[in-house]
Write a protein that binds this ligand. Structure first.
Ligand code: HEC
Ligand code: HEC
Length: 329
C-alpha cells in the first residue's frame, strides 16, 4: 500500500543512528532513542489531507477501556503495521509489535466541547516508532496554521483555551513533555515500551459501530492481530462507568494513571507502591499507603502531586473517585 511504502522509505532514509546507546548509569537513567526520527509529521503520511480526521490506509484507530487524565486534553490513538504484518500479546497481555510499527497519539482541545463541529486546536502528536527491535519516542508540535507538526527537541509549554461541556471558558498552560519525560513513563526496565494497548485495555466493544463488535475480534478479522484465548479473558473496566463496582473503577483508574511508573519495572519502582490492576490488592500496598495516596493526588504543589508527570492540574473526578474508594477500605 502507498503509505506503507512511504513510511518504509522514511525508515530507510533516516535509518538507525549507530552509536547512540542508552545510558548505563543506574537503573533510572534516561533511555535514549536508537534512531533519528523525521523532522515533520507529514513525512509519515499519516493524515493525507492535513487534518486528523482522515487517515491514510494502513493506520488504524483504537480506543482504550479506561482513559488517562492529561489536563482535559482530547486524544486520538492510531497504530500502523507494516503491510501484511500483525501484532500479538505476550502471556502477560503486553503488546508485541513488529519492526516498523508506529503508535500515534494526537492531543487536542475542542474549541467548544459542546459543539465539536466548531473545530479543534491541535497541540501535539506523540509517536512511538519501533525500529530494529527498539521503540523510539518523539513528539510533533502542530504549527499555528494547523497544517503540519514539527519534531520537538525539548519539552515546552503552550497556552490553550477552550469552552468546556458546561459552557465555561478554561485556559491553562499545557505542557508538552521532553523526551526524558516520555521515557520516564514509557519505560520497562531499561527499554522504552508502549503502555496503552494491553489486551485487557483493548478488549472493549467498538464505539460507533452498529452491533458494537469487540475491538480485538474486529482487529483479528481485519488481519491485524493474532489472539490467544487468554487475551480475551479480563477486560479492564472503564473507571467512568458508574455501573462498575467502586473498587474496580478505582483500581482501573490507578492502573492507567499511575501503574506505568508504579510497577516493579517502572520509574517509581523504588517506592514499592505498585498500582497495576492485575495485582491482588494485598500486594499493591494501597491499604497501608492510603493517606500518602490521598495527600499526593490532591496536592496543589506540583513537586508533591501525583501523577509526577503529564498533568499540571489535579484531576478532580479522579480525586473524588480515589477518595471514595480509600475511605471505603
Ligand atoms: C505521565 C506519563 C507519560 C508521559 C510523560 C508520556 N506518556 Fe505516552 N502514554 C502514557 C500512558 C499512561 C499511555 C496509555 C494511555 C493512553 O493512551 O492514554 C500513553 C500512550 C502513548 C502512546 C500511544 C501508545 C501507547 O504507548 O499506549 C504514544 C504514541 C505515546 N504515549 C507517546 C509518548 C511520547 C512520545 C511522550 C513524550 C513526548 C509521552 N508519550 C509522554 C503516559 C505518558
Ligand atoms: C511519571 C511517573 C509517576 C507517575 C505517573 C506516578 N508516580 Fe507516584 N511516584 C513517582 C516517583 C518517582 C515517586 C518517588 C518520589 C517521590 O516520593 O516523589 C512517587 C511517589 C509516590 C507516592 C509516595 C510513596 C509513599 O509510599 O509515600 C505515592 C503515594 C504516589 N507516588 C502515588 C501515585 C499515584 C496515586 C499516582 C497516579 C495518580 C502516581 N503516583 C503516579 C512517580 C510517578
Amino acid at each position: 500500500m502507498k503509505t506503507t511504502m512511504i513510511s518504509s522509505a522514511i525508515f530507510l532514509l533516516y535509518g538507525v543512528a549507530g552509536g547512540i546507546s542508552s545510558c548505563e548509569v543506574g537503573n533510572m537513567a534516561p533511555i535514549a532513542n536508537t534512531a533519528t526520527l523525521p523532522a515533520k509529521l507529514s513525512d509519515y503520511g499519516i493524515f493525507p489531507d492535513g487534518t486528523v480526521d482522515q487517515l491514510a490506509p494502513g493506520f488504524h484507530k483504537y480506543d482504550l477501556a479506561t482513559q488517562l487524565f492529561t489536563d482535559y486534553a482530547e486524544k486520538r490513538r492510531l497504530f500502523h503495521l507494516p503491510l501484511g504484518a500483525q501484532f500479538s500479546f505476550d502471556p502477560s497481555g503486553n503488546p508485541v509489535f513488529p519492526d516498523s510499527s508506529v503508535l500515534v497519539k494526537t492531543f487536542f482541545y475542542y474549541k467548544d466541547k459542546r459543539n465539536p463541529a466548531a473545530g479543534k486546536q491541535l497541540i501535539e502528536t506523540r509517536l512511538l516508532v519501533k525500529l530494529e527491535g527498539q521503540w523510539n519516542v518523539g513528539t510533533y508540535k502542530w504549527n499555528d496554521t494547523q497544517t503540519d507538526a514539527l519534531l520537538l527537541e525539548s519539552g515546552t509549554d503552550e497556552t490553550v483555551s477552550w469552552v468546556n461541556e458546561r459552557g465555561v471558558r478554561k485556559t491553562l498552560r499545557y505542557h508538552i513533555p521532553s523526551r526524558e519525560e516520555c521515557t520516564s513513563c514509557h519505560r520497562s526496565g531499561r527499554s522504552i515500551t508502549p503502555i496503552g494497548p494491553k489486551a485487557r485495555n483493548l478488549n472493549i466493544p467498538l464505539a460507533g459501530q452498529p452491533d458494537h463488535p469487540n475491538q480485538l475480534l474486529h482487529f483479528r478479522q481485519a488481519g491485524l492481530v493474532t489472539l490467544q484465548p487468554g487475551d480475551l479473558l479480563t477486560p479492564l473496566p472503564d473507571w467512568q462507568d458508574l455501573s462498575v463496582p467502586l473498587d474496580q473503577r478505582a483500581r482501573a483508574y490507578l492502573d492507567v494513571n499511575c501503574a506505568h511508573c508504579h510497577s516493579s519495572v517502572g520509574f517509581a519502582e523504588s517506592t514499592r507502591l505498585y498500582l497495576g490492576y492485575e495485582l491482588p490488592l494485598s500486594s499493591t500496598r494501597i491499604h497501608t499507603r492510603r493517606d500518602h495516596i490521598l495527600h499526593r493526588i490532591q496536592s496543589a504543589n506540583s513537586n508533591i502531586r501525583m501523577p509526577r508527570l503529564g498533568t499540571t492540574v489535579p484531576d478532580s473526578a479522579g480525586v473524588a473517585l480515589i477518595k471514595a474508594y480509600i475511605q471505603s477500605l
